[in-house]
Write a protein that binds this ligand. Structure first.
Ligand code: ADP
Length: 398
């Protein structure tokens, strides 16, 4: 019997949705309701490679959008009837959630309690859960947390060297994000290596608009580059990653920025965009660099350099390495970023297979290194499949 899960990713003004076949991970239908709350709200979806629009009124809210998604699903009874659960991506689970969980009133309260740590995400996730429960009252709803995979990090890795009571009183520590993606590609790598995940030491690099890297020792996450918020670590599309912690107060005290301006600067105007002064889009920067644009080159050089530094650090942390994995839009598709990274790591036992590296794009997964190198894989991530599998598993646990 087919078992399908509706996977929802609710943002403040958008809802991404997909019907996932739990057995294969295939998205049988996927879509996006966007610009919610303003006049241009719309709902688009793809089914069997056919693109279509759903009926959505102007200035629709989350509840309107979920009702419209219910209407779309009515057109596909073969999908609708096989739905067994709804899986919700929830960005921040704090220290409360070390794994996914069936949603009840207590769970919603706990998500609410974490909202101050992810003010852009958790309230929207929660609004989505409430609306989806109203729209799909007969299905179990399961929350899958971006932070959960990293709850295995040891204290010496997740604490900041700040006064300890900031941690105990306010939960100030590193949490890590992109957990479902790192979990998925780590398991795929173990499969490709023909090894039990608990015997694998891996470094997984999720490189998309947001970027993070994880150190995985014996199958458990022991460190990751994103911290209290998704700003720390690697150079990202518009986020700065690591900077001197004194810079925000310098910007405020000496240059007259407001705290909100600093937040925007670090999150929305930095990274590849800030350095290149052109774009946050890696592919566009590769094209500009090829035409001789030096800012584009500098941005890409910085992106690679920071990545190389983290890989070096995590090599020291994980012990004998089984594999390095690239994933996310850049990790899966940019032969340039992968090859530049591995060239700089050649003295540490990495060597790229040029042909395989060129071939590994557009959803293909496989080895991109030569036989004498540490194994390096490009693996297409599938966070929705992780959410669907967990939704089924935690539904059955009751
Ligand atoms: P998000 O984090 O928003 O999910 P993605 O994982 O889709 O983002 O990654 C988006 C990034 O992937 C962009 O920087 C884009 O330029 C890059 N990307 C996608 N395809 C390619 C490609 N063929 N070559 C280089 N970069 C690519």
């Amino acid at each position: 019997m087919n078992q399908y899960v509706l996977v929802l990713n609710c943002g403040s003004s958008s809802i991404k949705f997909a019907i996932i076949d739990v057995a294969s991970g295939d998205a049988l239908l996927q879509g996006l309701a966007e610009n919610l709350g303003n006049q241009s709200s719309q709902l688009r979806y793809t089914h069997a490679q056919q693109k279509a629009q759903g009926a959505l009124s102007a200035a629709a809210n989350h509840q309107d959008a979920l009702n419209a998604i219910v209407d779309v699903l009515q057109q596909f009874p073969e999908l609708n009837q096989a739905l067994v659960a709804v899986g919700h991506r929830v960005v921040h689970g704090g220290e409360t959630f070390t794994h996914s969980t069936l949603i009840n009133a207590e769970v919603k309260q706990a998500i609410q309690k974490t909202a101050h740590m992810a003010p852009l995400h958790n309230p929207a996730n929660l609004a989505g859960i409430e609306s989806a429960q109203a729209a799909f009252p007969n299905l179990p709803h399961v929350a899958v947390f971006d932070t959960a995979f990293f709850q295995t990090m040891p204290k010496h890795a997740y604490l900041y060297a700040l006064p300890y009571d900031l941690y105990t009183k306010h939960g100030i520590r590193r949490y890590g994000f992109h957990g479902s993606s790192h979990y998925f590609v780590a398991h795929q790598a173990a499969h490709l290596l023909h090894k039990d995940i608990h015997q694998c030491n891996l470094i997984t690099a999720h490189l998309g608009n947001g970027c993070s890297i994880a150190a995985i020792k014996a199958g458990r996450a022991v460190d990751t580059s994103l911290g209290f918020t998704p700003l720390e670590g690697l150079v990202m599309g518009t986020r700065c990653g690591d900077i001197d912690p004194s810079l925000p107060s310098f910007l405020i005290d000496q240059l007259g920025y407001t705290s909100q301006q600093v937040t925007d600067l670090l999150n929305k105007q930095s990274g590849l965009l800030g350095i290149s002064e052109l774009s946050n889009d890696c592919r566009a920067l590769e094209e500009e660099q090829a035409k001789g644009n030096r800012h584009a080159k500098l941005a890409l050089d910085m992106f690679v350099y920071r990545l190389v530094k983290y890989i070096g650090a995590y090599l020291a942390v994980v012990g004998p390495l089984d594999a390095l994995v690239f994933t996310g839009g850049i990790g899966e598709n940019s032969a340039y970023i992968r090859s530049q990274t591995l060239i700089q790591l050649s003295h540490l036992g990495f060597e790229i297979d040029k042909l395989r590296n060129q071939q590994m794009r557009f959803g293909r997964s496989g080895l991109i290194s030569v036989a004498t190198s540490h194994p390096v894989y490009a693996i297409a991530t599938n966070e929705e499949w992780v959410i669907a599998q967990d939704a089924l598993q935690y539904t059955n646990k009751t």
